[in-house]
Each structure stands twice: as C-alpha cells, then as structure tokens.
Design a protein around this ligand. Structure first.
Ligand code: ZN
Ligand code: ZN
Length: 406
C-alpha cells in the first residue's frame, strides 16, 4: 500500500493582481521544486466546497479530508475547543473566544477586538465560573484567543455571535437564531457570561498592571461561532488508512481531532509567518514511518492574503518551496499540494475561486502542466474537481480503494 503527504497552504489561491502585471503570487514566486511536482504530477482546479461557495477554513478542511460539510459541520467553536485540548461531552456548546478591549467610560465601545493580541492563562482561568448551574470552561490558546465551553442541561448551539466583528461598537447581545427554549436559555447565559467577564477581567491584577503600563487591557471576552458536540465516522474507518496531522493553529488540530486524526506537535509550529516550516516537513517525513497519511497545514499564506500583502505572500510561497517541498521530492510517497480556498490579495478575504491542486507519485497520469499556479492548473488532467473527491482519488492511488459493484 502506498503512503501520502497532503500539504494544505491556507488561502493560497489568488486572482490576477493589476499592480503586478495581472499575475498572482503563485505566478510571481520562484518555486522550482513546486514546479517540478506540477511537471511530474497530475494537476487540476478544485472547488473545495462547490463552485461559487466561499469556503471558511473549517468547512473547507472537512471537505478536503473527504467529508461533506453540509452534512457534518458542527460549528466553528467545536473545532476551537477540540484543538485547545478540551474533551467535549454530549450537550456541550463551544465558542471561539477573543480577549478584547472595551472603553472604560461606561459606553462599552470596543476599542480593540484583539486587546493588542494579548491574552493569558491567568485571565482565562479567572473566567472558569458557573452561571445558573452551567459550568463555563475557558482555555487560553495563543495570543488573544481562547476556547470557551458551556456545560450543563438544556443548551443549544443556535445562538448568535457576541463579537460584532467591528470596532467602535459595543458587543452584540447574543440572541437565539431558532425559536426554541434551549436557545433562549443559552443566549441569556452567554450574555450573563460576557457581562461577568467584563467585571472579572476589569479588576484582574494582570489588567491593573497593563493599565499602569498604558497598554491595552484585555477587559472582556467576546464569543462567536457556537458549535455543538457531534460525532462523525472516524477517518480511518471511512478510508481505511492511518492518518496524522501537523498544524500550528488550534482550528486545524480541532478539525483533525473531530475526524479522529491525532496531531503530532512540532516545536516551532506556530500557525504564523515565523513558523518553522522545515521542522514541520521533517516531522511529516518521520511520521510517514508510522502512518499512511500525513496532513500538514501552513497558515501564513492566508494571513498575507487578508493583509493585502502581495510580496509577503510571494515570500511565503518561496519559503514553502525551499523549506518543505524540496524535502518531499525525494520521498517514496504520494505528494499532494493544494489550498483550502483562495484569499486574493486584492480582496483581503476568502473567495470562491477554485484552487490549484497537484498529485505526484507512482502511476499518476502525468499531464502537460509545467508550473504550479491557478492558470496552468486549468489545463491539467484532473480537470475540475470538488474538495471531497480528493481523498477518494488518493485512496485509489494508494491502494486503499473500495470497489463499487463487483
Ligand atoms: Zn483557510
Ligand atoms: Zn482566512
């Protein structure tokens, strides 16, 4: 049976950028190793969810790993909680949490949605409280981010975000998004929690210290992306091979955990631009000794897209080529490289533009594509496929196929 590495570069796809001669970052970047993969492999364009649907990173990863996100998406908070190492129980409701700064003049206007990218374990621990018999579990992950779980009777995931996704406004009231008793009760508890978070954090010693230093205080916790505990058929059961995940950011570890895929921690894998790509690639090659399939995630390409930083995205692509793909050229395994969606520099957000994908390895029908980019991929042998088709195609190449009929 064959083995495989799937490298997903977040938000890698792009649109022609007028200020760079109508080229995309993939077209401008010098990436000799990546282009050899394209030349030796089979290429195509992929609608990760389906044509015209703008993917979130969470739903996109479910699709890339062979699951239908329309059937089994539990809500973002679920992945954040699983990725933070919280064991979810039946009935739990999970959120993504952001420490933020609100004005201390009584207006509650949000001054900084990320509290200067500050958060800490001590602040998170102070928010592990109980409200009307519901236990609230808050776990700090990185910078201003937390996972938040509400545990108790009669809760529902059908409630709105508290985070208004905009500064200058006060936090939004959490409201039920379905008219049901449990959603109403959950919204009331969430609102009470946010109020208490402001009360507790405002007088926390770490914030007193920050006030003295004149840096933004993390004086409220904003919640979004309610998710429930749900279970799906584990990856190995569904596809027949043993997988592992290498990722820095908790969302991706959480998606993996949800599918029963363990994460291998790599020192220096941060989920930021300063991440240690070489260490991730080396760990992946090492992990192939004990696993059939390694999914590796690189986040920073998406961040540069959101920042509108064309040159940053180009540099990141060049680093991925030099520090990761160069190492994958010599290994005896299928190598698949793609993205979870496009994050065009010109838009600074995700778009529905399909992403390029290449599969390189034994027995693939090499096509005429010579370079890895959005335009070259369009003439590849894979044609245009959906994200959910990728793992079945790979399973067949690896020899873990299931025949339909006899
Ligand atoms: Zn993404
Ligand atoms: Zn993004």
């Amino acid at each position: 049976m064959g083995k495989a590495i799937l490298l997903v570069c977040d938000g890698l796809g792009d649109r022609p950028f007028a200020e760079r001669g109508g080229k995309t970052p993939l077209q401008v970047a010098k990436k000799p190793n990546w282009d050899v993969l394209a030349k030796e492999g089979i290429n195509g364009q992929m609608d990760v969810i389906s044509p015209g649907i703008v993917p979130g990173s969470d739903t996109a990863h479910l699709a890339l790993l062979g699951y239908d996100p329309f059937q089994c998406y539990p809500g973002r908070g679920t992945f954040e909680a699983l990725g933070a190492g919280i064991e979810l129980k039946e009935g739990d409701i999970a959120f993504r949490g952001n420490f933020a700064t609100v004005a201390e003049d009584g207006s509650m206007r949000i001054l900084d949605r990320r509290a200067g990218r500050f958060g800490s374990k001590a602040l998170a621990d102070a928010l592990n409280i109980e409200i009307n018999g519901v236990e609230v579990i808050v776990k700090h992950t990185v910078e201003h981010r937390c996972a938040v779980v509400f545990r108790g009777e009669g809760l529902s995931r059908f409630v709105s975000d508290v985070d208004p996704h905009e500064e200058g406004l006060p936090p939004r009231k959490c409201i039920p998004t379905r008219s049901e008793k449990n959603a109403e009760r959950t919204a009331r508890i969430v609102n009470e929690f946010v109020r208490r978070s402001h009360e507790i954090l405002s007088r926390h010693p770490e914030n007193e210290e920050r006030r003295r230093k004149g840096v933004p205080v993390a004086n409220i916790l904003l919640l979004r992306g309610a998710g429930a505990h749900e279970s799906v058929e584990p990856f190995q059961k569904r596809f027949g091979f043993k997988a592992c995940c290498i990722a820095g950011a908790s969302l991706y570890k959480g998606v993996a955990k949800f599918l029963g895929i363990p994460t291998i921690d790599v020192e220096g894998a941060t989920g930021n631009a300063n991440t240690n790509l070489k260490a991730k690639a080396e760990s992946a090659i090492e992990a192939l000794k004990t696993h059939d399939f390694v999914f590796i995630h690189v986040k920073a390409t998406d961040n540069f897209g959101h920042d509108g930083d064309f040159d940053g995205k180009v540099r990141m692509i060049e680093r991925i080529d030099a520090e990761m793909i160069s190492l994958f050229r010599e290994i005896d395994a299928y190598v698949v490289v793609t993205a979870d969606h496009s994050t065009p520099v010109s838009l600074r957000r995700h778009s529905a533009d399909p992403v390029p994908v290449v599969i390189c390895g034994d027995g693939v029908r090499t096509d005429t594509v010579k370079k890895f980019d959005e335009f070259a991929a369009a003439s590849g042998g894979l044609g245009r496929l959906r994200g959910r088709d990728l793992i079945p195609i790979l399973s067949d190449l690896m020899g873990f196929y299931k025949m339909f009929g006899t």
